[in-house]
Design a protein around this ligand. Structure first.
Ligand code: ADP
Ligand code: MG
Ligand code: MG
Length: 244
């Protein structure tokens, strides 16, 4: 089942052309990796999929679940099942992790979720991700380490249960142990239905996630698509090889 179809997408911000005719298709249940040099447009792709207002689509289309989403707001896209990590990086004093997650879940589903019912869901996901119980009482991101913030993003993803989760360098700045926890956490959320678009520089990801496709994004376009082995070739050849 085709979930995401991006066709000849051209995107600019200010007077800068960033995406220059990008094509990508993701089926239900697939995991795709996007790799590429700094400034290639990887984060722009994530942002434009989520409907970030700074990015302007000049040409091409984005279909999600068979629907053209170009005109939809960020909230509407979240309701349709799109999720982008790094949406709420700020510290929010006075809001606990539990309250924050319950509020996000109710916003996305449009339903009231009674506290006890939510607590049950939360405990399930926290157990799955091996997050200690007391974590949910902490204020969002206040005094969190880099690893804890990232874990919170993964927990948020688990709670919101999106159709397509876009993770933009969720591994950056983490030590190897934290990376392991994050990727093993993501792996436990793979259910054969959810799709993942994972933007990373980190080759070791292949030890944890088993991507169906690896794409190389250079200068606003996907210049090569392959299997997991492509990620290893990048390590050997560098991105220069793919710039042509
Ligand atoms: P990547 O994530 O691959 O490192 P980005 O998508 O963040 O690349 O950025 C691609 C290029 O577009 C960079 O040169 C960046 O400076 C530029 N860019 C990104 N966002 C904006 C913006 N809001 N306004 C102007 N230029 C931007
Ligand atoms: Mg970058
Ligand atoms: Mg980036």
């Amino acid at each position: 089942n085709l979930l995401l179809k991006i066709d000849e997408l051209k995107v600019s911000a200010g007077d800068r052309n960033i995406l220059k005719g990008l094509n990508l298709e993701i089926n239900e249940g697939e995991t795709h990796l996007i790799m590429g040099p700094n400034g290639a447009g990887k984060s722009t792709l994530g942002n434009v999929l989520m409907g970030h207002p700074e990015y302007k689509i000049n040409d091409g289309s984005i279909y999600f679940n068979g629907e053209d989403i170009n005109e939809l707001s960020v909230d509407e896209r979240a309701k349709k099942g799109l999720f982008l990590s790094f949406q709420y990086p700020e510290e929010i004093s006075g809001v606990t992790v539990e309250n924050f997650l319950r509020t996000s879940k109710m916003a996305v589903t449009g339903e009231n979720i009674p506290i006890l019912k939510f607590q049950k869901q939360l405990k399930e996901k926290m157990d799955l991700l091996q997050i200690p119980e007391e974590y949910k009482e902490r204020y969002l991101n206040v005094g969190f380490s880099g690893g804890e913030k990232k874990k919170n993003e993964i927990l948020q993803m688990a709670i919101l249960d999106p159709k397509l989760a876009i993770l933009d360098e969720t591994d950056s700045g983490l030590d190897v142990d934290a990376i392991k926890v994050i990727y093993e956490g993501i792996k436990t959320l793979k259910d054969g239905k959810k799709s993942f678009l994972v933007i990373t520089h980190y080759n070791k990801i292949l030890d944890y996630l088993d991507p169906d496709f690896v794409h190389i994004l250079v200068d606003g376009k996907i210049v090569e698509t392959g299997s997991a082995d492509l990620a290893n070739r990048i390590e050997e050849l560098g991105y220069e090889h793919f710039k042509k």
